[in-house]
Design a protein around this ligand. Sequence first.
Ligand SMILES: CC(C)(COP(=O)(O)OP(=O)(O)OC[C@H]1O[C@@H](n2cnc3c(N)ncnc32)[C@H](O)[C@@H]1OP(=O)(O)O)[C@@H](O)C(=O)NCCC(=O)NCCS
Length: 316
Amino acid sequence: MKSVVRGYTAADAPAWVALSNLILGRSVTVESFQAEEARRNPTQFSRRWVVGEGEELRGGVHFYFFPFDPPGFLHASVFVHPEARGRGIGRLLWAVLEEAAREVGAAGLVADVLDTDPASIAWAGRRGFRQHAHRFASELDLKAFDETPHLPALARAEAQGVMFTDLRGADDATVERYLGFVADRATETPDLAGHPRWPLSQVHALLHLDHDPRPDWLILAVGPEGEWLGTTAMVRYRDLAYNELTATHPQARGRGLALPLKLHAIRRAREAGLTVMRTNNHSSNAPMLAVNRRLGFQTRPGRYELHLPLRTTSGA
Ligand SMILES: CC(C)(COP(=O)(O)OP(=O)(O)OC[C@H]1O[C@@H](n2cnc3c(N)ncnc32)[C@H](O)[C@@H]1OP(=O)(O)O)[C@@H](O)C(=O)NCCC(=O)NCCS
């Protein structure tokens, strides 16, 4: 039977979630997928196409704005059911995606491919994608975690006059200052180096303040003069504590503050009854990787971030 690409409709959601879970090894529920869709900023680009339907859904493509991508780039996620590969479905989906990218004038495409999947990496390579970064998830078993060996690191930070606090009860001005602090720290990470500073509304959404606010999970290290030295921010995905960002101000680096910050996040996650903490790391982020290793995070298979520039930007 000839495969045809058609536009995605809301009725495709259950089959879409089942197929993308299968391919990406995730366990997203249809409800959380739909809730996330409903929260999507309508001004931010997002389009999907599929091949097949229901249990016969053979493949799909999601073409969308993803805030971590370089300016003007759009995220491209093409996937085909493992049993339907090598029959040209990927090519069909790619043709639709390429045309859409041209139509909207995307500066380039970003794709994530599992680092355990050389065939898909090669497929993307034949379309011009090149490796840009390698990331992997790390997970900490919060049930088994013992904070005792890390208490001296906390004491050393406190001996410098550093206090650990959070955003509970913060007024609007403090929340806004915090969003700016995170936006500034984010551009200092390997993930967003060289990107423009995020609008505060984007940071607000990243920290789930728009739908699941946990000001007690936005933790600050504060110096003796009240100066903000660093932060760690945690959000929840069902029963998973996700450590979105841990960062210290450039002037507060090398003072051993990252581990105690994370320790506070771990405490709060355990108090909330969560059993696993996850974080994503850029392979080149040596200081963060070292802290995670010391705390006992276990690495999981990762992903390559691939880039395909489509047009060169004008100007100097
Ligand atoms: C990458 C992926 C989408 C490819 O899907 P696919 O349906 O196997 O893609 P195709 O069948 O079009 O292409 C696979 C290869 O099969 C062969 N092929 C294509 N059509 C064929 C046909 N009709 N008969 C025989 N062989 C065929 C070709 O060698 C083709 O590669 P090429 O187009 O680069 O020459 C799929 O492996 C996947 O879902 N991977 C996981 C998600 C992912 O990592 N996506 C990649 C980046 S977004």
